[in-house]
Every structure is written in C-alpha cells, then in structure tokens.
Design a binder for this molecule. Structure first.
Ligand code: AMP
Length: 114
C-alpha cells in the first residue's frame, strides 16, 4: 500500500490545516509556506496524482475545481487579481502527488514566472 500524501491526510483530518473553503468535491486551505500574502491550495477530494492520472470521468471534478476558484476569490475578496498556478510533474516542481491549484494573491506577480 502506498503511503497517504500530506493532502490526503488533511482531507482525512489526520493533520490540521487552515481551511478556507470546502464542498463535496473540493477542499482549500492555506499553504504552510506561503509565497504571497494570500496563498491557498485547492485540491480535489479525489486523490488524482497529476494530469497523467486524470480519467475521462474526472471531467466534472475539473470543472468543479475552477468553480471553487471563483468562489474562493469571492470569499477572500481577491478583487485586485490573483495568480492561479498548477505545478505538474518534476520539471514544474510538483512536490505533492495530489493535483492542486495554488491561488496566490496580495501582491503583484511578475511574468514570465520563474
Ligand atoms: P507543489 O510544489 O506544487 O507540489 O506544492 C506543494 C505545496 O504544499 C507547497 O507550497 C507546500 O508549502 C505545501 N504544503 C506541504 N505540506 C503542507 C501542509 N501540511 N499544509 C499546507 N501546505 C502544505
């Protein structure tokens, strides 16, 4: 059996997290090592490791994640804008093998990203 990821342990309430949004399919909480004044991680409750692991029947979940981004932006009042990041795979620096969006806000962001 593979070990649970840290995000699965947060979903299962085995370790604490500062949760800002939850619905039947998604969970969002503050990043433990924030890279901006506001740094939220948004994950599906289903343990999808990365884009390669996405299946046809995950289409609805992917849509729900983007709807959750919209709701979180409203809840947190991100009216000046935000950066939405998804690190997929080794070259992108993905550390946790559980699909997740970073929602970053509270300062201006440069482009291109590092
Ligand atoms: P990534 O590099 O895209 O896989 O991002 C993983 C993110 O998870 C990093 O920004 C970490 O700071 C964050 N992280 C790791 N463990 C925790 C935790 N227990 N609670 C909140 N965020 C975490």
């Amino acid at each position: 059996m593979t070990a649970k990821t840290v995000f699965q342990r947060i979903i299962d309430r085995e370790i604490p997290a500062d949760i800002v949004y939850e619905d039947a399919d998604c969970l969002a909480f503050r990043d433990i090592n924030p890279q901006a004044p506001i740094h939220i991680l948004l994950i599906p409750k289903k343990g999808i490791a990365d884009f390669e692991a996405i299946r046809e029947d995950d289409e609805a979940i992917l849509g729900k994640l983007l709807m959750a981004v919209r709701r979180i932006a409203e809840i947190l009042g991100l009216d000046k804008g935000f950066r939405l990041v998804l690190n997929n795979g080794r070259d992108a620096g993905q550390e946790v093998p559980h699909l997740h969006f970073h929602i970053l806000a509270g300062r201006p962001f440069g482009w291109p990203p590092g």
